[in-house]
Design a protein around this ligand. Structure first.
Ligand SMILES: C[S@@+](CC[C@H](N)C(=O)[O-])C[C@H]1O[C@@H](n2cnc3c(N)ncnc32)[C@H](O)[C@@H]1O
Length: 248
Protein backbone atom coordinates (compact mmCIF):
# COMPACT_ATOMS: atom_id res chain seq x y z
CA UNK A 1 0.00 0.00 0.00
CA UNK A 2 1.25 3.53 -0.69
CA UNK A 3 0.78 6.64 1.43
CA UNK A 4 1.83 9.77 -0.42
CA UNK A 5 2.08 12.86 1.78
CA UNK A 6 2.35 16.14 -0.08
CA UNK A 7 3.28 19.37 1.65
CA UNK A 8 1.51 22.39 0.24
CA UNK A 9 -1.74 24.24 -0.29
CA UNK A 10 -4.43 21.85 -1.49
CA UNK A 11 -6.02 24.60 -3.59
CA UNK A 12 -2.83 24.58 -5.67
CA UNK A 13 -2.18 20.85 -5.54
CA UNK A 14 -5.65 19.44 -6.29
CA UNK A 15 -5.77 20.91 -9.84
CA UNK A 16 -2.51 19.08 -10.61
CA UNK A 17 -3.86 15.64 -9.62
CA UNK A 18 -5.32 13.30 -12.19
CA UNK A 19 -9.06 13.82 -12.72
CA UNK A 20 -11.43 11.09 -11.52
CA UNK A 21 -8.64 9.13 -9.86
CA UNK A 22 -9.82 8.84 -6.22
CA UNK A 23 -12.39 6.40 -4.84
CA UNK A 24 -12.93 8.45 -1.71
CA UNK A 25 -12.26 11.90 -0.27
CA UNK A 26 -12.21 11.75 3.54
CA UNK A 27 -11.33 14.96 5.29
CA UNK A 28 -11.84 17.37 8.16
CA UNK A 29 -11.64 20.77 6.54
CA UNK A 30 -10.80 23.97 8.42
CA UNK A 31 -13.88 26.20 8.81
CA UNK A 32 -13.01 28.79 11.42
CA UNK A 33 -14.25 27.01 14.54
CA UNK A 34 -11.12 27.97 16.50
CA UNK A 35 -8.72 30.91 16.64
CA UNK A 36 -5.87 28.75 15.29
CA UNK A 37 -4.11 30.59 12.45
CA UNK A 38 -4.65 27.83 9.86
CA UNK A 39 -8.31 27.40 10.73
CA UNK A 40 -9.84 29.33 7.80
CA UNK A 41 -12.34 28.13 5.22
CA UNK A 42 -10.52 27.38 1.94
CA UNK A 43 -12.83 28.69 -0.76
CA UNK A 44 -13.30 26.32 -3.69
CA UNK A 45 -11.91 23.16 -2.14
CA UNK A 46 -15.11 21.05 -2.53
CA UNK A 47 -15.16 21.75 -6.29
CA UNK A 48 -11.45 20.98 -6.58
CA UNK A 49 -11.99 17.70 -4.70
CA UNK A 50 -14.97 16.78 -6.91
CA UNK A 51 -12.78 16.98 -10.02
CA UNK A 52 -10.48 14.21 -8.77
CA UNK A 53 -13.23 11.86 -7.55
CA UNK A 54 -14.40 8.91 -9.64
CA UNK A 55 -18.05 8.86 -10.64
CA UNK A 56 -18.72 5.99 -8.23
CA UNK A 57 -16.77 7.57 -5.37
CA UNK A 58 -17.94 9.68 -2.47
CA UNK A 59 -16.69 12.25 0.02
CA UNK A 60 -16.98 12.38 3.81
CA UNK A 61 -16.46 15.78 5.45
CA UNK A 62 -16.32 16.38 9.19
CA UNK A 63 -17.87 19.62 10.39
CA UNK A 64 -20.91 21.07 12.07
CA UNK A 65 -24.46 21.60 10.85
CA UNK A 66 -23.83 25.35 11.09
CA UNK A 67 -20.79 25.06 8.84
CA UNK A 68 -22.64 22.99 6.22
CA UNK A 69 -25.51 25.50 6.19
CA UNK A 70 -23.23 28.49 5.92
CA UNK A 71 -21.10 26.90 3.18
CA UNK A 72 -23.93 25.16 1.30
CA UNK A 73 -23.09 27.03 -1.91
CA UNK A 74 -19.61 25.54 -1.89
CA UNK A 75 -21.14 22.07 -2.15
CA UNK A 76 -22.93 22.67 -5.44
CA UNK A 77 -22.22 19.76 -7.76
CA UNK A 78 -22.61 17.40 -4.84
CA UNK A 79 -25.59 15.44 -3.51
CA UNK A 80 -25.69 14.78 0.20
CA UNK A 81 -26.20 11.10 1.04
CA UNK A 82 -26.24 10.83 4.82
CA UNK A 83 -24.64 12.06 7.99
CA UNK A 84 -23.24 10.39 11.09
CA UNK A 85 -22.86 11.83 14.56
CA UNK A 86 -19.64 11.47 16.48
CA UNK A 87 -20.47 11.53 20.19
CA UNK A 88 -17.41 12.43 22.26
CA UNK A 89 -16.67 11.79 25.90
CA UNK A 90 -16.02 15.51 26.35
CA UNK A 91 -16.72 18.64 24.36
CA UNK A 92 -15.08 21.71 22.98
CA UNK A 93 -15.84 25.40 22.51
CA UNK A 94 -18.49 25.49 25.24
CA UNK A 95 -20.75 28.51 25.31
CA UNK A 96 -22.48 29.05 28.62
CA UNK A 97 -25.80 30.00 27.02
CA UNK A 98 -26.15 26.85 24.85
CA UNK A 99 -26.26 23.09 25.27
CA UNK A 100 -22.95 21.52 26.21
CA UNK A 101 -21.65 20.50 22.83
CA UNK A 102 -20.30 16.93 22.84
CA UNK A 103 -20.72 15.91 19.22
CA UNK A 104 -19.56 16.59 15.69
CA UNK A 105 -21.04 15.40 12.45
CA UNK A 106 -19.62 13.99 9.25
CA UNK A 107 -21.60 14.26 6.00
CA UNK A 108 -21.23 11.99 3.00
CA UNK A 109 -21.61 13.51 -0.48
CA UNK A 110 -21.47 12.06 -3.97
CA UNK A 111 -21.28 13.64 -7.40
CA UNK A 112 -24.62 15.00 -8.60
CA UNK A 113 -24.10 13.37 -12.03
CA UNK A 114 -24.12 9.88 -10.51
CA UNK A 115 -27.04 7.86 -9.09
CA UNK A 116 -26.71 6.65 -5.49
CA UNK A 117 -27.13 3.07 -6.73
CA UNK A 118 -23.76 3.36 -8.51
CA UNK A 119 -21.85 4.70 -5.51
CA UNK A 120 -19.50 2.25 -3.78
CA UNK A 121 -20.62 1.31 -0.27
CA UNK A 122 -19.89 -1.54 2.05
CA UNK A 123 -22.41 -1.43 4.93
CA UNK A 124 -20.79 -1.86 8.33
CA UNK A 125 -22.12 -4.14 11.05
CA UNK A 126 -21.79 -4.35 14.79
CA UNK A 127 -22.58 -7.12 17.19
CA UNK A 128 -24.32 -4.85 19.65
CA UNK A 129 -27.59 -6.74 19.50
CA UNK A 130 -28.10 -8.75 22.67
CA UNK A 131 -27.02 -12.33 22.06
CA UNK A 132 -30.56 -13.61 22.25
CA UNK A 133 -33.68 -11.56 21.98
CA UNK A 134 -37.25 -12.45 22.71
CA UNK A 135 -39.56 -11.04 20.07
CA UNK A 136 -43.31 -11.05 19.89
CA UNK A 137 -44.56 -13.13 16.99
CA UNK A 138 -46.59 -11.37 14.34
CA UNK A 139 -50.25 -12.24 14.71
CA UNK A 140 -51.04 -14.64 11.84
CA UNK A 141 -54.08 -14.22 9.60
CA UNK A 142 -56.96 -15.93 11.35
CA UNK A 143 -57.05 -19.56 10.25
CA UNK A 144 -58.62 -21.16 13.26
CA UNK A 145 -55.23 -22.59 14.16
CA UNK A 146 -54.26 -22.02 17.79
CA UNK A 147 -50.54 -21.22 18.14
CA UNK A 148 -48.45 -22.67 20.95
CA UNK A 149 -47.01 -19.32 22.02
CA UNK A 150 -46.86 -15.63 21.19
CA UNK A 151 -43.14 -15.15 21.70
CA UNK A 152 -40.07 -16.46 19.91
CA UNK A 153 -36.44 -16.42 20.99
CA UNK A 154 -33.98 -15.47 18.22
CA UNK A 155 -30.27 -14.79 17.91
CA UNK A 156 -29.38 -11.11 18.10
CA UNK A 157 -26.75 -11.41 15.37
CA UNK A 158 -24.97 -8.55 13.64
CA UNK A 159 -26.84 -5.31 13.01
CA UNK A 160 -26.16 -2.36 10.74
CA UNK A 161 -23.74 0.00 12.46
CA UNK A 162 -25.51 2.92 14.14
CA UNK A 163 -25.28 6.43 12.69
CA UNK A 164 -24.47 7.78 16.16
CA UNK A 165 -21.04 6.58 17.18
CA UNK A 166 -19.50 7.04 20.59
CA UNK A 167 -15.73 7.36 20.39
CA UNK A 168 -13.48 8.91 23.02
CA UNK A 169 -11.91 12.13 21.70
CA UNK A 170 -8.13 12.57 21.60
CA UNK A 171 -8.30 15.31 24.24
CA UNK A 172 -5.15 15.24 26.35
CA UNK A 173 -3.23 12.78 24.17
CA UNK A 174 -3.40 14.23 20.64
CA UNK A 175 -0.36 15.54 18.80
CA UNK A 176 -2.43 17.78 16.50
CA UNK A 177 -4.84 20.35 18.01
CA UNK A 178 -7.83 18.92 16.12
CA UNK A 179 -6.70 15.32 15.69
CA UNK A 180 -9.52 12.87 14.97
CA UNK A 181 -9.56 9.53 16.80
CA UNK A 182 -8.91 6.55 14.55
CA UNK A 183 -12.13 4.97 15.79
CA UNK A 184 -14.43 7.55 14.22
CA UNK A 185 -12.66 7.73 10.86
CA UNK A 186 -12.26 3.96 10.47
CA UNK A 187 -15.92 2.98 9.80
CA UNK A 188 -16.30 5.77 7.23
CA UNK A 189 -13.20 4.60 5.36
CA UNK A 190 -14.27 0.95 5.39
CA UNK A 191 -17.79 1.83 4.28
CA UNK A 192 -16.73 4.03 1.38
CA UNK A 193 -13.41 2.89 -0.09
CA UNK A 194 -12.99 -0.51 -1.77
CA UNK A 195 -10.03 -2.65 -0.70
CA UNK A 196 -6.99 -1.55 -2.72
CA UNK A 197 -8.73 1.73 -3.60
CA UNK A 198 -7.35 5.25 -3.39
CA UNK A 199 -8.36 7.79 -0.74
CA UNK A 200 -7.58 11.51 -0.55
CA UNK A 201 -7.36 13.71 2.54
CA UNK A 202 -6.70 17.27 1.36
CA UNK A 203 -6.47 18.64 4.95
CA UNK A 204 -4.37 15.87 6.40
CA UNK A 205 -3.27 17.32 9.75
CA UNK A 206 -1.52 14.55 11.67
CA UNK A 207 -2.27 11.95 8.98
CA UNK A 208 -5.12 10.03 10.63
CA UNK A 209 -6.69 9.10 7.28
CA UNK A 210 -3.36 7.79 5.95
CA UNK A 211 -2.73 5.64 9.02
CA UNK A 212 -6.10 3.93 8.59
CA UNK A 213 -5.77 3.61 4.82
CA UNK A 214 -2.47 1.79 5.23
CA UNK A 215 -3.82 -0.38 8.02
CA UNK A 216 -6.79 -1.47 5.93
CA UNK A 217 -5.14 -2.02 2.56
CA UNK A 218 -6.12 1.23 0.83
CA UNK A 219 -3.74 3.62 -0.94
CA UNK A 220 -3.81 7.25 0.08
CA UNK A 221 -2.72 10.75 -0.85
CA UNK A 222 -2.55 13.31 1.95
CA UNK A 223 -2.07 17.05 1.55
CA UNK A 224 -0.99 19.28 4.43
CA UNK A 225 0.07 22.94 4.23
CA UNK A 226 1.72 23.36 7.61
CA UNK A 227 5.40 22.35 8.05
CA UNK A 228 4.97 21.08 11.58
CA UNK A 229 1.85 19.01 10.81
CA UNK A 230 3.43 17.68 7.61
CA UNK A 231 6.35 16.36 9.69
CA UNK A 232 3.89 15.02 12.26
CA UNK A 233 1.94 13.08 9.63
CA UNK A 234 5.15 11.67 8.21
CA UNK A 235 6.28 10.62 11.68
CA UNK A 236 2.98 8.98 12.56
CA UNK A 237 2.85 7.13 9.25
CA UNK A 238 6.56 6.44 9.03
CA UNK A 239 7.00 8.03 5.62
CA UNK A 240 9.25 10.74 4.16
CA UNK A 241 6.56 12.69 2.29
CA UNK A 242 6.97 15.00 -0.67
CA UNK A 243 7.27 18.74 -0.97
CA UNK A 244 5.04 20.34 -3.59
CA UNK A 245 5.55 20.27 -6.55
CA UNK A 246 5.82 16.49 -6.40
CA UNK A 247 9.03 15.27 -8.04
CA UNK A 248 8.40 13.56 -11.39
C1 LIG B 1 -8.96 20.12 11.02
S1 LIG B 1 -7.28 19.83 10.69
C2 LIG B 1 -7.21 18.14 10.22
C3 LIG B 1 -6.91 17.22 11.35
C4 LIG B 1 -6.77 15.77 10.92
N1 LIG B 1 -8.05 15.23 10.51
C5 LIG B 1 -6.17 14.91 12.01
O1 LIG B 1 -6.78 13.91 12.43
O2 LIG B 1 -5.06 15.20 12.45
C6 LIG B 1 -7.08 20.69 9.18
C7 LIG B 1 -5.67 20.75 8.64
O3 LIG B 1 -5.71 21.40 7.37
C8 LIG B 1 -4.51 22.12 7.20
N2 LIG B 1 -4.77 23.12 6.16
C9 LIG B 1 -5.40 24.32 6.28
N3 LIG B 1 -5.49 24.91 5.09
C10 LIG B 1 -4.92 24.09 4.18
C11 LIG B 1 -4.71 24.13 2.78
N4 LIG B 1 -5.13 25.18 2.03
N5 LIG B 1 -4.10 23.09 2.18
C12 LIG B 1 -3.67 22.02 2.89
N6 LIG B 1 -3.81 21.92 4.23
C13 LIG B 1 -4.45 22.93 4.87
C14 LIG B 1 -4.19 22.66 8.58
O4 LIG B 1 -2.83 22.97 8.72
C15 LIG B 1 -4.68 21.53 9.48
O5 LIG B 1 -3.62 20.69 9.86
Amino acid sequence: MTVQIIKGNCLEILPTLEPESFDLVLTYCPYGSTSLPWDRWQTGWPAAARRVLTRTGSMWVFGTTKMFFERAGEFSGWTMAQDVVWEKHNGSGFQADRFRRVHEIACQFYRDDAPWADIYKCPQFTNDATARQVRRKRRPAHTGHIDTGHYVSVDGGPRLARSVMYVRSEHGRAEHPTQKPLGIVEPLLLYSCPPGGLVLDCFAGSGTTGILAERHGRNSVLIEADDEFFEMANRRIGSDGFKFPVPA
